[in-house]
Design a protein around this ligand. Sequence first.
Ligand code: SAM
Ligand code: SF4
Length: 369
Amino acid sequence: MLNDTGLYIHYPWCVKKCPYCDFNSHPIKGEIDQEAYCTALLADWEAQQQAGDSFQSVFFGGGTPSLMHPAHVNTLLDTLPINSRAEVTLEVNPGTHEYMDFNDSRTSGINRLSIGAQSFDDTQLGNLGRVHQSADIVTAFKKARSAGFENINLDVMWGLPGQTVNAALQDLRCAIDLQPEHLSWYQLTIEAKTEFARRTPILPVEQAIYDIEKAGLELLADCGFKRYEISAFAQPDQQCQHNLNYWQFGDYLGLGAGAHGKRSDRRNGTLHPRRISKAHQPRMYLADPAAATEQPVDTDEIVLEFMMNALRLVDGVDWALFEQRTGHTKSDLAAKWSSLEEQKLVTANRCGATAKGLRYLDSILQVFI
Ligand SMILES: C[S@@+](CC[C@H](N)C(=O)[O-])C[C@H]1O[C@@H](n2cnc3c(N)ncnc32)[C@H](O)[C@@H]1O
Ligand code: SF4
């Protein structure tokens, strides 16, 4: 077991399903038995816990975890072994936080909020099927600040239907004006089996996508947001520790419907990671929260899995981390790495992609399949 394990807690319900979303989220139909879900999360924990567990970061994600009853968030944070200095994030949807008083959240131990803004243009929010308007984002943000939250992320999407460079920059400026510590700036992708896959809106053409990305990256850098992962930008020392652990191929425990975890055992000096996944459907999960499927990450896949995460980081990672987490050595990859280096896709000294490589990550990963 590694000593830097993260904890992810999934809340699988939303007010309604957004047409672009392929996360494990289900529109609320009728009453949710919040108590039963909290009890299930605790049973899930009982089944998965290991001696010595101590979580260095916690992330309540969704779905819409800001719909959770604050008392249940409290119970979970009181019961689970969380390091006193852990980063504890709650995802918040504007327009759904009313139930969750930000002052209560602060005192229960949540010290970081991630607010799903997506856009500050009400027409675009309508296109995206969001339940909130631009003004609700500003209200949620200001309330969070008044409650004392000093670490807030805003999620903003770009490449939205019909979006121009100016409109995308305007969205970013609105987000930056709120002075968050962190910004996640995601290009809208059309995911299979979503409503947008069935009736795809007209998205900006390739040249416009290139122009939006270039101009957005410049604006973020000018405003002091350092890009440290493909879509993640932080003010100095404000990187998301929970996500950094994923990208560094660390271990994490997943609780909740459809949650995934990765745990590694050390045997004879070698790490043996396995993936754990929980029932996707809330109904199935509630019926047997201890049930899980487990699969070892085999030695052939492990390099690819490591690269899929680590190469997203702008500065890459030390080769020592690669060796520690995969059981392979840098020299095992020598031929592949030097061919990628010749194409100027990866860096010479670190296990990392160049600026060009970040754009063509899929081509790099092909080499490790
Ligand atoms: C777990 S999701 C949703 C969090 C929260 N329920 C919300 O909607 O605000 C985290 C983020 O992923 C991004 N996201 C979701 N679907 C996406 C897609 N198809 N393309 C790009 N970004 C997406 C959104 O910015 C979203 O806030
Ligand atoms: S609110 Fe968030 S998790 Fe729920 S459907 Fe929309 S994007 Fe997905």
